[in-house]
Design a protein around this ligand. Structure first.
Ligand code: ADP
Ligand code: ZN
Length: 727
């Protein structure tokens, strides 16, 4: 018997191995096996059994690592699709998205059962009798329980077994991820309003139809989308179907998770994300593959979960960029959700208050179902958004205040009425950078071509790309001068400023610096929920799906941080950010207020966000994209070339560019090579070449052919299909 095995090494082919007779019964598609490769032993995945013409040089499988497969044929079809589309070897894809590691095994425990009812008739010793009585009361009894109840029960159990009173078997135990804190009100299920009913009915009919049924659930923030998801999931369970629900950055949404946990039983739901241990992930994966856990809630990689009888996929906040994975295997889980639903003839619900331009375009072009929740629950008004033109707020010396007068007054009013404020800035740290007033020296990272961020509290400069940090020096390393100045504003500085302006207020900061320690993030949310925080300053972490009724003011410190990035989606991002963060305000009984500070008050992304006008924004944006032939009117593939030698990388990029142009034909436009906006990260110099065209097949072919030149002596080329990050 021979099998094809996908291994996690950079090669396109699957390898063929022979199966020793004693392992034949264990070999099934979807299991991991240990195989020899060169002089190494590595883990691979069994794809199929196969015949061979020539059995010479074919090596034996060493060991079968799993008792049960980790995926089935349908799953494999999907994995193969993803591998082809994103131009990643199947073995590499599987190695990255499946749980594993050669060392991970199922955990079992011994179970003792009584095997005769007439145990009482055997004359047992005192101790034996006690234990057998205990087992008879408990039924299947784990040995761990007996160990807790009795001193050294092993020998007694062995003699009971010998006497034929009990039998010992093994049972698998699942390692589970820890449950998070419960945050928010109890969730018992609500009576849906009319719009929710309509949406649910449409989704349900899609699920029942057993056909591919894609839809967009476009609902303003607080319109009750989550409530619709929960009901759709319940309907799917009634039909014995399986569900995948993707949520962005799961660690940031404990409130949403606890809503799921409270609505569904522990034994039908599982949560997958990068924070859980490898062994727990492995166990939960098999619970899913066995059809025991039918609801999988997770971050992007949960799209690969081997859910049985998959009938419904939900992508919450579908516009969120965290669905795109940018390292190792580059894929977009939102797009894969649609593909997987298609392959499984399932329903897929993309939900958002600010659908991606691409998604809304698809809905119109391909006539996917469009479901809308245009109003907040209970007709709560949308918050009123005011735009502050910071050009008018300069002082005599041209300086710009961090908190403008109108925002300051609004915070004051909010404090006085006993409500809470959120202040949002997409940049952590104290100052953006330090420079020398005398010679102009800027403190840059040694490994990355970016300036280091000043973290005043810790007294350090830190690189936000590689995490390298140094003590903030008192003197300029270049001219030894002592006049070091700071520039720019981060969340840390905003927090300091706010504490100074409002000394009586309880101010906290939530960003990736303050929440490194486990549990801090949840604690901050809990404190906000219980009213122990008056003002919370934070990065986009505070924009995600939280629901706090006492938050009535949201301040956007600078809308320009996201507007000024060199990316054709900058306007889209800015519109989404302002809308999402605004949506945190006024969810309770008092109306909400949003104040946006910007130097670009006339920009359409800001104007449309002020009016809560998604359709208007879409029209503005789509006509620009059409004019410039940007996605969705074209497709893109980015080739990233990187290396540690500066000149060599530039040379590689130039050569690759020439090759790409030679092979490009007339359907693909080759743009570049150009140095990446961040020219160096973690010591690697970076260039990219953008391929653009309408025909995805032509793009794929070109990317594949160019990437094939990557190798030991050739350039290091990474392919990014449908790129999201151009930095
Ligand atoms: P979204 O996901 O669109 O932001 P949620 O589903 O979180 O909205 O709903 C916002 C708030 O309204 C939540 O507190 C939720 O419990 C409540 N809610 C949702 N649907 C209803 C309903 N039909 N009746 C009453 N309250 C509801
Ligand atoms: Zn760095």
């Amino acid at each position: 018997m021979f099998v094809r095995v996908a291994v996690n090494i950079p090669t396109d082919k699957a390898f063929v191995y022979s199966v020793p007779e004693e392992l034949e019964r264990e070999v099934t598609m979807g299991k991991r096996v240990l195989v020899p490769l060169g002089n190494r032993r590595i883990a691979g995945y069994i794809l199929e059994s196969t015949g061979v013409d020539d059995r010479e040089d074919i090596k034996d499988i060493i060991e079968v690592l799993d008792k049960e497969p980790l995926f089935n044929e349908d799953d494999l079809k999907f994995y193969q699709w993803a591998s082809g589309y994103y131009i990643h070897q199947l073995g590499r894809l599987l190695g990255n998205v499946l749980p594993g590691g050669v060392d991970i095994k199922a955990k079992t425990e011994k179970i003792i059962t009584l095997c005769r009812d007439d145990a009482a008739d055997v004359k047992l010793t005192e101790k034996q009798k006690k234990i057998s009585d205990f087992i008879s009361q408990h039924g299947e009894t784990p040995i761990s329980l007996l160990r807790r109840e009795f001193k050294d029960p092993s020998s007694v159990i062995r003699s009971l077994e010998k006497k034929g009173v009990v039998s010992i078997s093994e049972r698998e135990v699942y390692r589970r991820p820890k449950r998070g804190l419960d945050i928010g009100a109890d969730d018992t299920g609500l009576i849906l309003n009319k719009e929710q009913e309509v949406a649910l009915k449409e989704i349900t009919s899609g699920i029942i139809s057993g056909k591919f049924s894609p839809c967009l659930l476009h609902g303003v923030t607080g319109s009750g989308k989550t409530e619709v998801y929960l009901n759709a999931i319940a309907e799917t369970l009634r039909l014995n179907g399986g569900i995948i629900c993707l949520v962005p950055e799961i660690a940031l949404t404990p409130q949403l998770l606890s809503r799921f946990n409270r609505r569904f039983k522990d034994d039908e739901i599982t949560v997958l994300h990068s924070g859980i241990s490898r062994s727990a992930r492995y166990d939960q994966w098999r619970r899913i593959q066995r059809g025991e856990a039918r609801i999988v809630v997770g971050a992007r990689s949960a799209i690969f979960a081997p859910v049985r009888n998959l009938r419904l996929i939900i992508v919450d906040e579908e516009h969120d960029t965290s669905y795109k994975q940018d390292d190792r295997v580059r894929y977009n889980a939102r797009d894969l959700a649609v593909i997987r639903a298609k392959l499984n003839s399932a329903a897929v619900v993309l939900g958002s208050a600010t659908p991606g331009i691409q998604t809304y375009f698809n809905i119109k072009e391909k006539q996917y179902k469009y479901l809308s929740l245009p109003k907040r629950v209970d007709d709560k008004p949308m918050p009123q958004v005011e735009i502050i033109d910071m050009k008018d707020k300069r002082d005599e010396s041209g300086g710009v205040p961090i908190i403008s007068r109108p925002l300051r007054n609004a915070i004051q009013d909010t404090l006085e009425s006993g409500k809470q404020s959120l202040l949002f800035l997409n940049r952590r740290g104290f100052n953006t950078f330090l420079y020398c007033l005398d010679c102009g020296y800027v403190f840059k990272c040694l490994n990355c071509s970016v300036s280091m961020t000043h973290h005043a509290g810790a007294g350090i400069l830190r690189c936000h790309y590689c995490d390298f940090s140094v003590k903030a020096p008192p003197l300029c390393p270049s001219c030894q001068g002592g006049r070091i100045r700071s520039y720019g504003v981060g969340t840390e500085k905003v927090t300091e400023e706010v504490s100074m302006l409002f000394p009586q207020a309880r101010v906290e900061r939530m960003d990736s610096d303050t929440t490194v320690k486990k549990g801090v993030h949840e604690k901050l949310l809990k404190a906000l929920d219980s009213g122990d925080i008056d003002i919370l300053v934070g990065t986009q972490m505070i924009t995600k799906g939280h629901d706090f009724p006492n938050v009535t003011l949201v301040g956007v410190i600078s809308a320009d941080t996201s507007l000024n990035i060199p990316d054709f989606r900058a306007a889209e991002r800015t519109f989404q950010l302002i809308t999402q963060v605004s949506g945190r305000s006024g969810r309770g009984d008092s109306p909400g207020r949003v104040i946006v500070q910007t130097f670009n008050p006339q920009h359409y992304a800001i104007g449309r966000a002020k009016e809560h006008d998604y359709y208007g924004f879409y029209e503005d944006e789509i006509s620009l994209r059409r004019e410039l032939d940007y996605p969705p009117f074209s497709r893109m593939v980015n080739l990233r070339i990187s290396g540690i030698k500066k000149d060599r990388v530039a040379e590689d990029a130039a050569k690759t560019g020439v090759l790409a142009r030679k092979l490009s034909g007339n359907e693909v436009e080759v743009i570049g090579p150009a140095e990446a906006p961040i020219a160096r990260i973690k010591g690697r110099y970076r260039w990219h070449i953008l391929l653009k065209g309408k025909n995805i097949k032509a793009l794929h072919t070109l990317a594949r052919n160019v990437a094939a030149k990557t190798g030991r002596d050739g350039p290091d080329i990474k392919v990014d299909v449908d790129p999201v990050n151009f930095m």
